[in-house]
Design a binder for this molecule. Structure first.
Ligand SMILES: C[S@@+](CC[C@H](N)C(=O)[O-])C[C@H]1O[C@@H](n2cnc3c(N)ncnc32)[C@H](O)[C@@H]1O
Length: 317
């Protein structure tokens, strides 16, 4: 299936694209947002686009190969700072977009092992050359860690039962395919919960294992800090997230850079706090029309912030 970008117009509007500006798309995917940004850039503008997935980069090279204003870089977005150091101007980047999660072709490809809807090898790596496949991770993980991952990264209320089910199943034979994992989870969850659930009983387990295997939250935290650092004064950071764990991290990072820490008895105020960001507008959700036409949009949340020039920045002490 083609990838239909979520909040396409709204996200690119929020970036405030200037004709000759320099922008960074940290999650190129199938280039939906990137194409919109390029449409608004003049001949001297530049878009740096990152993706960890070699298939996304190969797609970009095929579809945008002749585009002189685009630099495609295959890397994890946690390396955003060093990419900007190499390709960006010293004055900073005018806008950074992060459209988190997976693209539809990743989800739909059985070979990538992200989805219980398509049987394939249990892999789940965004970059197939980095880290370990989910099957190997699952073969080694302890019960305690698995319970922790399922409950904290999947917000799965049957974490304990599912972890026990997985450990018992792997004693019998290794769990190497998406269908095998989905079947184990389905057997472990109580029957009434399977029948009354609005979502497939394995949804949260797959989400949790994917986040753990790709270390997604750590990468997100690092990339958010690097992005805030890389922005030029007035530059915009636009982040679209797809589950509450991501959105919480984004909200916290934007808050920490825009507001002093809340006063406490030990630390009544933070006199040295200098905001580096100001938040722009409120949380944005896709319209009902977009949600109806694109199921991926249902859980999307977009936050926007703008880099503030720090007084005295660049002056010697
Ligand atoms: C939702 S898609 C982006 C879709 C894109 N905005 C479009 O319009 O086509 C997310 C993309 O980000 C990539 N991605 C997710 N986490 C990443 C990370 N930590 N580093 C680099 N790329 C990442 C995925 O491989 C995927 O291609």
């Amino acid at each position: 299936m083609n990838h239909v970008p979520v909040l396409e117009e709204a996200a690119v509007d929020a970036l405030n694209v200037r004709e000759n500006g320099i922008y960074l798309d940290a999650t190129f995917g199938r280039g939906g947002h990137a194409r919109r940004i390029l449409d608004r850039l003049g001949p001297r503008g530049l878009l740096i686009a990152l993706d960890a997935d070699p298939e996304a980069i190969a797609f970009g090279e095929r579809e945008f190969g002749e585009e002189p204003r685009l630099r495609l870089v295959r890397c994890n977005f946690r390396e955003l700072g060093s990419v900007v150091g190499q390709l960006g101007p010293d004055s900073g980047i005018d806008g950074i977009l992060m459209d988190l999660g997976l693209s539809s072709p990743q989800l739909d490809s059985a070979e990538r092992g992200f989805s219980f809807r398509h049987d394939g090898p249990l892999d789940m790596r965004m970059d197939p050359d980095a880290g370990v496949p989910a099957a190997d991770w699952l073969a080694e993980v302890s019960e305690a860690e698995l319970v922790e991952v399922l409950s904290s990264l999947g917000e799965e209320r049957f974490a304990r039962r599912i972890a026990r089910g997985i450990l018992a199943a792997r004693e019998r034979s290794p769990i190497r395919t998406t269908a095998a994992l989905a079947a184990v989870v389905e057997r472990a969850v109580p029957g009434h919960a399977v029948h009354s659930a609005r979502i497939h009983p394995a949804t949260r387990t797959f989400q949790a294992i994917r986040i753990a295997v790709n270390r997604e939250l750590e990468a997100l935290d690092e990339a958010l800090q690097a992005a805030i650092e890389a922005l030029a004064p007035g530059g915009r950071l636009v982040v679209i997230s797809f589950h509450s764990l991501e959105d919480r991290r984004v909200k916290q990072a934007l808050r920490a850079a825009s507001q002093p820490p809340p006063a406490s008895r030990r630390m009544p105020s933070a006199p040295d706090f200098r905001p580096r960001l100001k938040t722009v507008g409120k949380l944005v959700r896709p319209s009902e029309v977009e949600q109806a036409s694109n199921p991926r949009a249902r859980s999307a949340r977009m936050r926007v912030a703008e880099r503030i020039a720090v007084a005295g920045q660049g002056e010697s002490a």
